[in-house]
Design a protein around this ligand. Sequence first.
Ligand SMILES: [Zn+2]
Length: 355
Amino acid sequence: MNIDINYLLTLSERKLENFSLISHLSTFYKEIFCYFNECKKEIEISNLSNVKFAQQPLWNNILYQFKGKTICFKNWIASNILYTKDLFDENGNFKTLQEISNTLINKSNWLCEYKILKKVVTKQSNMFDMKCCIFTKTTPVNSFNFNSGLNCITDKKCKFFYENMLSKKFKYPCYQSILGRNFCVSKEYWCNIYRNKIKLMYDKRLSEFNYKLLNNILCCNSFLQKCKLRENAKCEFCGNENENIKHLIFDCDNVKGVWQKLNIVMNYDVQWKHIVVGFYLETNSRIRFYNTIISYLAYKIYKFKMKSRIENIIQEKFMLEKSIRYSLEKDINFMLNLSKTCMFKDLVKLLTNLL
Ligand SMILES: [Zn+2]
């Protein structure tokens, strides 16, 4: 067939089983073409100029679909009918049966195909002045409209396509907008928050904990009640209060002491906001230390409570504080070295003594 690589690159089919034009290639190459098209931006027909529309390929292009699939008529391709412009005459009208009949070399099934083509193409071409077809040229191009913008592909490596796929598939976490509203966090700071609380956290267990905290998916009695695993959402320690994640880690009577002692050490009034999103406006060693120690304490409180529940032990205040002090004594060097905040060793020691 008279198809070259430049033509194949302009197509937009993304489904392997529908990509008839390359059905003779091995699965490996077929997948490459499908993923290449996956990286491209969706064609917005309302943004196309008359000439750009006339240059649209006819085959395996998602602009032209019949019964939910892109079309590909091999007899037409063999007769060099490849682009939208090839179907219109000098007056901008869809070519007549006679005109097409004169061009087609092999005419098997052509009437049916003519009908399908006329239906799917004129549905879109109504919006354009097709008189331009007669002077529209198609030249090979190296630049394509990707998710990241118009890019020339001649010097692009895997990383470019990988990042394109990522940016296309990326969705903002659902809970982000709720936290943004509650804590008044502007959109531009979320990148810092995820970097501080997840990516740069010295221990992956803390990253995982922070990820769950930021997405409101930690286990608590409110959550268990929603899953119908508990009759009520009450905190077993405080009695009347409902236990949501904030209560579990910050408001409960048995954890207040931990945060009060941290306030003394930091000489700062730590709020629930600081536990969830951390400090994100600046990046320096003190901020890194605050984010580390707060995440560490929140994680240890959560772990202690979950362990006590499994073992059916009452979560007494002194037991919780004792457990955190023991963990801190054990982890202090590991935590400060890995988070590069050794200069705050005295503060951690002071906190350990207070607990
Ligand atoms: Zn409580």
